[in-house]
Design a protein around this ligand. Structure first.
Ligand code: 6PG
Length: 247
């Protein structure tokens, strides 16, 4: 298991601000040095708090929006205006409030037949991104962490965990729902993979995920990022982490 670097902040609010500053620094560095910053957004309430900070005037004015591309780590197979849509959430929290060119927002087509939408997204990733060992390389993948150890829509026991293509469609029995998701190869190939977890409800899964797999590894434990692999936690989510591991 590839162990992540840990950053622990006192509160969810402080966590969101610290990560917003890190995103700003990474985007500015890549926009200047590479000409573009391609980042994949995560769904969920923890990433949403980050997006609201990024949309704030004091931060947004420092981001190189014209050179940024927003991708998605996963999407629910629903229309883009559906309450469950990650794209809808990202628009409300961030994309509708910043000058990111519409053609640089790469939405997963949740309204389309899942396999066709996943194949189209994989093609779009391949066409837009440089490849690392044949795999499209994003500059940053943001992830939330589910209480069952899922990241993106890589849920325990689902086919996405073993998918080779950059994006895939998965049926999640526990939810009785289809999802679109980036797969481990494209997450592992990213230059930075940052996981966000906050709140006491994540303390147990964070502790388990940082430990050695008991039986079947958790989805998050299946990842082996080759770039920067960092978890951003608030104190509540890190309550069961031996502090020596935090740096
Ligand atoms: C989704 C997300 C999912 C999420 C985690 C954490 O579409 O639901 O991509 O992977 O990031 O479930 O969500 P919370 O931060 O809301 O706990």
């Amino acid at each position: 298991m590839v162990r992540p670097l840990l950053t622990v902040e006192d509160s969810p609010e402080r966590l969101a601000r610290v990560v917003a500053e890190r995103v700003t620094a990474a985007a500015r560095e890549d926009a200047a040095g590479r000409g573009a910053f391609h980042w994949a957004l995560a769904g969920g309430s923890t990433p949403e708090a980050l997006y609201r900070v990024l949309a704030g005037a004091d931060v947004a004015r420092r981001l190189p929006w014209s050179r940024m591309h927003a991708w998605f780590g996963d999407e629910r197979c629903v229309p883009p205006d559906h309450p469950d849509s990650n794209y809808r959430m990202a628009r409300a929290a961030l994309l509708d409030h910043v000058p990111l060119p519409a053609e640089q927002v790469h939405r997963m087509a949740g309204e389309a037949p899942p396999e066709r939408a996943a194949a189209a997204y994989a093609d779009e990733l391949g066409a837009a991104l440089p490849a690392r060992d044949g795999v499209p390389q994003l500059d940053l993948v943001l992830l939330g962490l589910g209480p069952d150890g899922h990241v993106a829509s890589l849920f325990p026991g689902t086919t996405g965990l073993d998918a080779a293509e950059p994006a895939t469609a998965v049926h999640v029995p526990r939810l009785d729902a289809w999802r679109l998701t980036l797969t481990p190869p494209v997450i592992n190939a990213a230059r930075r993979v940052w996981l966000l977890a906050s709140g006491p409800g994540k303390a147990d899964i964070v502790h388990a995920a940082l430990g050695e797999p008991g039986g079947e590894p958790l989805p998050v434990q299946r990842l082996a990022p080759r770039g920067e692999w960092r978890w951003f936690l608030d104190a509540a989510a890190a309550a069961r982490v031996e502090r020596a591991g935090a740096r």
